[in-house]
Design a protein around this ligand. Structure first.
Ligand SMILES: Nc1ncnc2c1ncn2[C@@H]1O[C@H](COP(=O)(O)OP(=O)(O)OP(=O)(O)O)[C@@H](O)[C@H]1O
Ligand SMILES: O=C(O)C1=C[C@@H](O)[C@@H](O)[C@H](O)C1
Ligand SMILES: [Mg+2]
Length: 192
């Protein structure tokens, strides 16, 4: 289902589209950063197809992410994720929201760097925790102290997410504002 999105400035949109060109726009970042929500809305505004790699993995495997982790383990999941991401990126341009661990995986990151512009939604621990603690669909957070686990993941992953082409700080503002900031980040590339 598409959200109703308030209009963004036409000039900003034109610049953002020109900067992206025929490349995919790939959202990376931790669980709860807003990759799926903001990615979907950004695709709508840019007028290009949207796909969420977690959803695509669940669709092709006919299993949930939790079931995949339980049945095959994380390593097999990463291999499947890398294959799905490669296929999605080779039939773009699209906006692709990745699962939280995708960009951390060397194979997936290599595919993303090849033909896409990556954008890290960088959120602090409290923002992430507020968003993820309501659902238990994330196998990596099924630990004794999930908030600490999230902090540990931030410590390991943030230096890797920082390799993304663009970074936007994700916080609790209206999603439309986040989309506008994504477009502004894209547009800033045009001048370079
Ligand atoms: N700017 C925002 N303000 C308020 N809530 C938000 C914002 N961005 C996202 N959310 C909400 O936070 C929750 C998590 O967002 P989302 O599912 O998009 O994260 P994600 O990065 O895709 O996480 P995952 O890696 O687990 O798939 C959702 O309920 C979403 O609606
Ligand atoms: O951060 C992660 O490693 C994950 C995030 C989710 O999007 C899923 O891809 C899965 O739960 C793993
Ligand atoms: Mg998501």
């Amino acid at each position: 289902m598409n959200d109703v999105i308030e209009p963004v400035s036409e000039a900003l949109l034109v610049k953002a589209k020109a900067a992206l060109g025929r490349r995919n726009l790939v959202f990376v970042g931790l669980m709860g950063a807003g990759k799926s929500a903001i990615g979907r809305m950004t695709a709508q505004v840019l007028g290009i197809p949207f796909v969420d790699s977690d959803h695509e993995i669940e669709r092709v495997s006919r299993m949930t992410i939790s079931e995949l982790f339980a049945a095959y383990g994380e390593e097999e999941f990463r291999a499947l994720e890398a294959r799905v991401i490669k296929r999605l990126l080779n039939s773009g341009p699209r906006v692709v929201s990745t699962g939280g661990g995708a960009y951390v995986n060397e194979r997936s990151r290599r595919h993303i760097k090849k033909n896409s512009l990556s954008l890290w939604l960088n959120a602090d621990l409290d923002v992430l925790w507020e968003r993820v603690n309501k659902r238990d669909t994330r196998p990596l957070l099924k630990t004794e102290n999930p908030k600490q686990t999230l902090q540990n993941l931030m410590n390991v992953r943030y230096p890797i997410y920082a390799q993304a082409d663009l970074t936007v700080v994700s916080r609790d503002v209206k999603k439309e504002i986040m989309v506008e900031e994504v477009l502004t980040a894209l547009a800033s590339l045009e001048k370079k």
